[in-house]
Design a binder for this molecule. Structure first.
Ligand SMILES: *Cc1c(COP(=O)(O)O)cnc(C)c1O
Length: 410
């Protein structure tokens, strides 16, 4: 209890941030947020007028770089001050109206979130449940579309929670488009870590956040609409209930140099730098870097004698799920590796796994070695027999036999 004061609520006694934060920053190898490059961190300290010529130029560049990263010529790139979930909600809230049918492919925790959002809009929500270890099957999706006749189909490219990769995304999109559905893809985890060709694959909306594949900060997110999806969102009979997420209002800021709400200036600066780093590196080199690092880490983990959660054909490379030995919990492992080795990894939402991220800055060789060493040592410290020298050797030999792509050092 704090003593009452004549001024009303009394002043709290709090620690300084320096006292709270660890002396040595933890290496963020979980499922996001991921480490940010120095240039991104510096940009994140900039505040300028949120309206005016300088901001307009920055926004223009953010949009054109985003078009490259999304692989779309569509004009309709917009951002939102909020987590990736805010971008998901923006897609759902603008495309759906009460009573309209939507089909959500549910691969787990995150892809189910779209269905929750659609329910709140009052949509007629259908969910196609996919087994925990599997990718969505195009023929099952076709059947579900024939039954639900949805206006919109939603799916995730990489389900971060159970580390499943929906490898048939392009084929599923093609099927959905043949029934006249708009296709919304959550690429929060995967964007810029693996191919996603919005225009070529005819995806209508792509959603991403800052803190995963893009290696920016959390709290500013991007999405792109196809012309068809933009028109569908504009031609609705009533505006969406959420004023902040209304794309017609967001258009004022993102396309007309006008005011909607005060933009998250610093976060947009950070995102600008993160996108610039993707452009400098090129998508091809970035995909190759992610693939090489993730596969090397996977061979290292398996080389120690541990098992990966998802079979090779539907395994996500952007986040790796590792089975937990029966005698341990995810919490024990995550706590130990953090306290002893200053490396952060993640537990999971409901699965018996720990997860190590391979997104953006996490995919650097020095980070792989530190992480695999810390992980193997943690297992040994906690009484699990692992062949750590073999794991380290397997990782090194994978790296040696796979050419290192050219990359811009951040
Ligand atoms: C992390 C994540 C989200 C949610 O992102 P927030 O920024 O926490 O809202 C959604 N979808 C996927 C696939 C994710 O990995």
């Amino acid at each position: 209890m704090t003593a009452s004061s004549p001024m009303g609520v009394s002043r709290p006694q709090v620690k300084s941030l320096d006292e709270i934060l660890p002396r040595e920053p933890l290496l963020m190898m979980g499922a996001g947020p991921v480490p940010i490059p120095e240039r991104v961190a510096r940009a994140n300290s900039v505040v300028i007028n949120h309206l005016g010529d300088v901001m307009a130029e920055v926004i223009g560049q953010v949009k054109s770089m985003a078009r490259y990263v999304f692989q779309t010529e569509s004009k309709w790139v917009i951002g939102v001050a909020g987590p990736a979930s805010a971008a998901m909600e923006m897609a759902v809230a603008n495309l759906m109206q009460s009573g309209e049918s939507i089909l959500c492919i549910n691969n787990g925790f995150f892809s189910h979130r779209m269905a929750e959002m659609a329910l709140r809009v009052g949509a007629d929500v259908h969910e196609l449940h996919v087994g925990v270890h599997e990718a969505a099957d195009p023929e099952r999706v076709r059947k579900a579309i024939e039954e639900a006749r949805p206006k919109v189909l939603t799916m995730v490219q990489g389900e971060t929670s159970n580390t499943v990769f929906n490898h048939s995304l392009e084929e599923i999109t093609k099927i959905a488009k043949s029934y006249g559905c708009l296709v919304v893809v959550d690429a929060v985890c995967t964007l810029s870590t693996m191919p996603l060709k919005m225009d070529e694959w005819k995806v209508d909306v792509v959603i991403t956040g800052g803190q995963k594949g893009l290696s920016s900060i959390p709290g500013v997110s991007l999405l792109a609409f196809s012309d068809e999806a933009w028109a569908a969102a504009k031609n609705r009979s009533k505006p969406p209930a959420q004023w902040c997420f209304d794309i017609q209002l967001a258009e004022n800021f993102w396309h007309k140099d006008g005011y909607h709400y005060t933009a998250p200036v610093s976060g947009i600066m950070a995102l600008h730098e993160a996108l610039k780093l993707v452009c400098d590196e090129t998508l091809e080199n970035r995909f190759a870097r992610h693939l090489r690092c993730s596969k090397a880490l996977q061979s290292g983990i398996q080389g120690m004698g541990l098992d990966l959660f998802i079979p090779n054909e539907s395994r996500l490379n952007s986040v790796i799920g590792i089975n937990i030995p029966e005698s341990l919990t995810a919490k024990q492992i995550c706590q130990h590796i953090s306290e002893m080795y200053r490396v952060e990894i993640a537990g999971s939402f409901g699965q018996p796994i720990v997860r190590i991220g391979q997104m953006g800055e996490q995919c650097r060789e020095h980070n792989l070695f530190r992480t695999l060493h810390a992980f193997g040592s943690t297992m040994r410290d906690l009484g699990i027999k692992v062949d750590q020298p073999n794991g380290m050797a397997e990782m090194e030999s994978y790296l040696q036999k796979t050419p290192r792509p050219l990359y811009q050092v951040a």
